[in-house]
Design a protein around this ligand. Structure first.
Ligand code: DC
Length: 234
């Protein structure tokens, strides 16, 4: 069988701002797989909760109302003119909005709700039924696809991730302090790894990739080697 007929599931998990989605997207394009950004799905639910005023003044979520609307939420992905996936919420393209500060600062509350996780995990598993998929997130190798043929767990030091984020933002002309970004990265790590439901952890059979000192090219090459190795072993 050739590479195209043997389809696998690739799970990419890791800390925030590790470059997971860029690497997963690049690999998906190179091997003709579907790429799914599971974080975008949590962000889309958060956007809907914000629009429906489901965040209470004390910061808690109105879970009763969210439970009633959740079954009707449809999250899909569409390719833009450059071939990049964009997130749609009930048919509306919300890619830009879900990356904004408002959603970013509320999403961890939504991602900590077990009933939201079980619904999104169900939808993610359906997307992977036919294989030929790369999904990135925090619980893909542990919960969503525990039988994925290739699992990558990406790490990089908090300082390096903060520096990358700082460079990205200052290049866009934003005035930011490195210390603030570092604090934010460390706080997000703490929330991701200590939450009660599906905390971020490396699956026992995941391969760790520390990309602190890798160039994007070296990383691409490494990933392609892992993919080819798994395909050849099938
Ligand atoms: O990767 P991201 O920053 O877009 O993720 C947004 C939020 O969703 C973040 O709080 C982590 C959470 N998340 C999660 O809990 N499980 C996933 N599979 C993906 C993201």
């Amino acid at each position: 069988m050739d590479r195209n007929t043997k389809k696998i599931v690739i799970a990419v998990d890791g800390f925030s701002s590790c470059g997971k989605s860029t690497m997963a997207k690049d690999l998906a394009k190179a091997i003709g797989y579907i790429y799914i950004d599971s974080g975008a799905m949590y962000r889309a639910v958060t956007l809907l909760a914000l629009r429906r005023n489901l965040f209470l003044p004390d910061g808690q979520v109105d879970t009763e109302k969210l439970r009633t609307i959740l079954p009707n939420i449809r999250i899909t992905f569409t390719l833009n003119s450059e071939g990049r996936p964009e997130t749609c919420l009930n048919g509306e393209n919300v890619e830009k909005e879900i990356r904004g500060l408002e959603v970013s600062s509320h999403v961890s509350r939504i991602a900590a709700l077990d009933f939201v996780r079980s619904e999104l995990v169900r939808q993610q598993q359906l997307m992977g039924q036919e294989k030929g998929i790369i999904m990135d997130g925090r619980d893909i190798g542990t919960c969503v696809f525990p039988n994925a043929e290739l699992k990558i767990f990406v790490v990089a030091s908090a300082e390096i991730r903060a520096q990358r984020r700082y460079d990205e933002l200052t290049a866009k002309g934003e005035k930011v302090q490195y210390e603030d970004i570092l604090n934010n990265v460390q706080e997000r790590d703490r929330i991701d790894t200590t939450r009660a439901v599906s905390p971020l952890r490396k699956a026992d059979d995941a391969i760790e990739l520390d990309n602190s000192h890798l160039t994007p090219e070296e990383q691409k090459e490494w990933l392609m080697e892992q993919f080819n190795r798994v395909i050849a072993s099938l």
